[in-house]
Design a protein around this ligand. Sequence first.
Ligand code: HXC
Length: 514
Amino acid sequence: MSLKQKIKELQKKREEVFSGGGEKAVEKQAAMGKMTARARILELLDKDSFQEYDLFVEHEARDFNMDKKTLHGDGVIIGIGKIYGAPVCIYAQDFTVAGGSLGLMHSRKITKIMDHAMKMRVPLIGINDSGGARVQEGVNSLAGYGEIFFRNTLASGVIPQISVILGPCAGGAVYSPALTDFVFVVDNISKMFITGPEVIKTVLGEEISMEALGGAKVHCETTGNAHFFSESETECFDQIKKLITYIPWNNTKKAKPFPTKKPKKDYKIESIVPGDPKQPYDIINVIRAITDNSEFFEIQELWAKNIVIGFGRMNGETVGFVANQPLVLAGVLDVDSSDKAARFIRYCDAFNIPIVTLVDLPGYLPGIDQEHAGVIRHGAKILYAYSEATVPKITVILRKAYGGGYIAMNSRHLHADFVFAWPGAEIAVMGPEGAANIIFRREISGAENPEEMRKLKIKEYKDKFANPYVAAAKGYVDSVIEPKETRNFILQSIEVSSDKVAERPKKKHGIPPF
Ligand code: HXC
């Protein structure tokens, strides 16, 4: 055979594999509103950048008639490519081939590209669309999952790991995405659950649809398992591309800088925060008043909305924002918001991203529900995360900073590098009303007019403590600043921290409260 003929043979072989699970299965995939695995990769990556590996891998299963089946690529595509010129390793499960189920060789392909990503220190993107462990391959499938989980864990904090759920992700399969940094879901397409509707019906006698059990909205709004929601696969890929621009390739690098652009004039920082500490406002407007070009890329936008997390840029450098959201539950810390913030703080710390914390909260949420849901354990996560973090940590107290909430939100006492407060900041053990009721209880109840006396005592407490100057007098606040000075103070703090050295005691690892 001449080389020319051999090239033709290769092309034919490739085309066969490219046909996936065959015409019918591809049609079924399209009918479900889903792209094929290969189309997904090609749409996500830069044009002509994808290089595929292990195209001709074959499964080795022999039981249950498997010896008679050809499963192209064993139901998964792996390779390398680029996003905006940045290299990534990628895999995509092909649902048209045996439901994208995970057999031994399928898992070996995935672990191969994971090892590659770790060796080359580049981000890993996994597109999940699978019926889970390939039932015919028994324990070999389970072994495959275990090897993936192990690698997800080792890669955690070394390279960015992104999971995209574009179909079912059932059974133990969900734990790989759960171990990764960011999970993307698409409405009506993503389904994630440990036990499916049929099992639930058999065991519990309850009927539930897959969508209601573990659809995209459920994981964005209720469980917090997913970080980014979109209406279509194309929108989802755009979000992934955007995320990639904000994060570094690995934990030894910084995110690529962007050209600096001043915040837009529409965001007037002086007039966003109302003077009355009980009046709500949207904290995102404050973030946009500070960031380059007023851009903010929010993460977990639909879950635990009382805290806002996400990326912005300051003088072109990626910055992680953590901010209480007075629009929701007055911005309190609770079980979910602590969890959400803590994980994000650890992400920023692992990937050399400075953290800016904007504070306006009345404290931790009181109540039996929160206590019994473990607000002590979950609330401790945020303290741990801030204390552990050694990236530049800058705090701006905008208004209320009461009690444990004040300490938790990257206070000086958790070793923030810079703490600034606006003149309207109120830094106290609790709100003036609660404080007056406790310390002046006798005077209030013994007064001729208790209501008058209460008001008087509230004012007395407020005048004494509900301001930033007591904390500033102790050096807990470095500077009381005007709102319009905020961007410059943050910029200078980041600049001066670019070679920050912060030592932590040597240990194998800490034992955070999770
Ligand atoms: C082998 C599978 C499979 C699996 C699907 N297929 N899941 N083959 N093992 N786990 C095959 C189907 O037999 C079918 O093959 C093709 O893929 C398409 O599947 P359909 O059922 O026709 O598709 P659809 O109607 O869209 O339903 C998709 C589905 C359903 C909801 C995912 O297939 C399903 O419920 N699968 C089982 C899900 C599950 O319970 N997985 C958990 C396994 S245990 P043909 O040849 O007919 O086209 C597990 C534990 C791991 O994962 C633990 C790790 C720690």
